[in-house]
Ligand binder design. Structure first.
Ligand code: F6R
Length: 361
């Protein structure tokens, strides 16, 4: 049942305010300015001994993990990184007892992720699952974790589960941060930021027309570049994947700082760039990247917190706390991929060559 929407992708994108509300519900602990994560099976003493966090997933879940790693490093100050589960399992990884492993999967059935979990368990590692489907294989094999409560996701292309997974990582980061060195004041600030998310998501969804106009304006491009830095880079990667999957427009994602090391050679009027430009301490650096592209006559669409004078177009995203901004910045870019695909007449819910869950190697 599509509930009045033409596609599941549209329905699922439209459900994101309620979905985020669900992942927050019952988990906020006002008294200690933190969150309660009962399913984690990680007591405070264990949490203090974690030296490193390694996040594993595939595709969109891997990108959610990249945002998660950034949140954990910033908020909890624990070194963290994300890696595709398939790469991890084939390189005979060093499994370290002080590392906490997190497997991320919407379906909970992706074979490469499951195999990585099984290998880690066999070697005695502690593995948590960030999973959407309750009772799925990965949920069962992990030692604990967080159900991301995005609700059923039918469209092959993942949208609402991506957003909810990034929120789940913010919860974990806050929880670990408050067990370690994050202050009460910062805990409060982040809790307030988390509480603002559903309303801000609703605002982005209400402004869908704006994105549709932008998508139409860029829909003729054969290829697009997505750039960001630090917090913005995984957002760029996910936006690039979404566009490829659903519209078949070729897209590349690069850290803005890497442009001058090669990809700047591609820039010309026919290759537009989407620049992720949060209003944080890297704002001036990101503005400089827009100027570099304009100097090569590239067209630029900025996704930013205020109008970017140097860009051809700006989509203004509601501002949250700096750490939480990536959660919101991905949403207009899901809509952008959707409306590009729509303008090009693509079969949005069933992109060619793809399946919802990849249960084979
Ligand atoms: C992208 C997409 C895929 C999945 C990937 C992992 O829109 O749907 O990249 O994210 O196959 O799937 P799960 O999260 O079920 O493990």
């Amino acid at each position: 049942d599509m509930g009045g929407h033409d596609t599941y992708m549209h329905k699922e994108m439209s459900e994101q305010a309620e979905a985020v509300d669900r992942v927050l519900r019952g988990r906020i602990d006002e008294r200690f300015s933190t969150v309660r994560l009962d399913g984690l099976n990680l007591d405070a003493r264990d949490a203090r001994t974690v030296r490193r966090i390694k996040i594993l997933g595939c595709g969109t879940s891997y990108h959610a993990g990249q945002i998660g790693a950034q949140l954990i490093e910033e908020i909890a100050r624990i070194p963290a990184d994300a890696e595709p589960a398939s790469e991890f399992r084939y390189r005979n990884p060093v499994v370290d007892p002080e590392t906490l492993y997190i497997a991320v999967s919407q379906s909970g059935e992706t074979y490469d992720v499951l195999a990585a979990v099984q290998e880690l368990k066999r070697k005695g590692a502690k593995v948590l699952g960030f999973v959407n489907v309750v009772g799925s294989a990965i949920a069962r094999e992990t030692d604990g974790g967080i159900y991301v409560h995005a609700g059923p996701e039918v469209c092959v292309v993942s949208t609402k589960c991506f957003t909810n997974t990034t929120v789940a990582f913010a919860l974990l980061a806050l929880h670990l941060g408050r067990i370690r060195d994050l202050s009460v004041a910062d805990g409060k600030r982040l809790l307030e930021g988390l509480r603002r998310l559903p309303g801000q998501i609703a605002e982005i969804l209400e402004r869908e027309d704006e994105v549709q106009e932008l998508a139409k304006a860029y829909a003729g491009a054969r290829s697009m570049m997505f750039i960001g830095r630090v917090r913005g880079y995984p957002v760029a990667r996910e936006a690039s994947l979404k566009l490829k999957e659903v519209s078949y427009v070729h897209a590349e994602a690069y850290p803005a700082s890497e442009l001058k090391h090669g990809p700047l050679a591609l820039i010309e009027p026919a290759l537009p760039t989407v620049a992720i430009v949060p209003d944080d301490d890297l704002l001036e650096k990101n503005r400089a990247a827009i100027e570099e592209i304009k100097a090569r006559e590239g067209r630029v669409l900025a996704v930013a917190h205020q109008k970017q004078e140097k860009a051809d177009d700006t989509y203004v995203v509601p501002k949250n706390e700096d750490e939480l901004d990536p959660i919101l910045m991905g949403i207009p870019l899901q809509l952008f991929a959707y409306h590009t695909a729509l303008a090009m007449g693509r079969d949005i819910d069933k992109p060619r060559n793809l399946a919802k869950s990849v249960t084979v190697e």
